[in-house]
Design a protein around this ligand. Sequence first.
Ligand SMILES: *Cc1c(COP(=O)(O)O)cnc(C)c1O
Length: 390
Amino acid sequence: MISTVLPTYNRTPLSFVKGEGSWLIEADGRRFLDMGAGIAVNALGHANPELVSALTEQAGKLWHVSNLYKIPEQQALADLLVDLTFADTVFFTNSGTETAELAIKMARKYHYEKGAPRETILTFEGAFHGRSTAAIAASGGEKMVKGFGPLMPGFRHLPWGDMAAFEAAMDESVCAVMVEPVQGEGGIRPMPEDQLRALREACDRTGALLILDEVQCGMGRTGKLFAHEWAGVAPDIMMVAKGIGGGFPLGALLATENAASGMVAGTHGSTYGGNPLACAVGLKVSQIVSDAAFLDDVSRKAGLLRQRLEGLVAAHPDTFEAVRGMGLMLGLKCKKPAAELAAAAREAGVLVVPAADNVLRLLPALNIPDADITEAVARLDAAATAYEGK
Ligand SMILES: *Cc1c(COP(=O)(O)O)cnc(C)c1O
């Protein structure tokens, strides 16, 4: 008989009942160091007191009114995000996938309103933009799309890192280029800064819009508020979700006034998107994470974690191949099956997240204490030793 919860996930047999910072407590009392942070979502750790207050204070006042009315918390968060970024305007959603949907609609509508509709959206191999029919069409991965056709047309998938293929594909028929500055699900693959700049230049040349998916790599994860800042280029449209809600469902699409020009009243909407609860939490997360000293500390912690992981790889050359990634978005490229190593890590009391390309992802809370970083890598070391002894 089918499980009462639709069996679309391969779940690990652990049930957590409580979280404290970077720690998760299992129903049986065992404590796990959480280096996955709900897949880059719990950006400020579990049960963060400031977020708990933001949520409970708002919960006692008002949860939902619909977007028929002005929502002060939504306005405040939009104002802050516009202040902090390239963007002139923000639309709030409840997830990354919904943000991808709007990004695609906005890009197509932009060209339509300019009087020259364009269909083609270029994406890259290994991309992940969500699980809606449009988002799976965008990523094109065999496992994600098989059996779900017909898919939304118009996407063209290019090899990752092949700039000759990209330049050859760029012409005046291209509506938009959609890319993660650091691929997450694809195996923690940063796009080199010169390539990101080349995308920007090609978009400027052809009039295509640049859509950056910062759902996983944004909100301070790389040590800048958004990953594209490292390359010194700005997108026309940016997708944000995961970390911005700190665990409360919230997504945001940020755009320039020009890119958003087609999205007039009636062209898009969401019942829950931008509700007072989500925005009260998102505002608190954004205030904390955008602080320059906080971001500097992310980079410092990232340096510590990276250094420890390099040591781990050096100590286990038959198990691990390399460390890659940026900031607190790091990947351990494995020489043994990553899923087996994730299981061994779990046995040793540390949680990591497998990704494509046989990589283990480390996406800890951005405020993880240094001692927890040291402890996490010590546990990974114990896990590798135990695995190798089997
Ligand atoms: C997780 C993710 C998404 C999808 O977000 P959901 O909230 O699961 O819909 C989209 N893009 C990237 C880069 C992601 O990591």
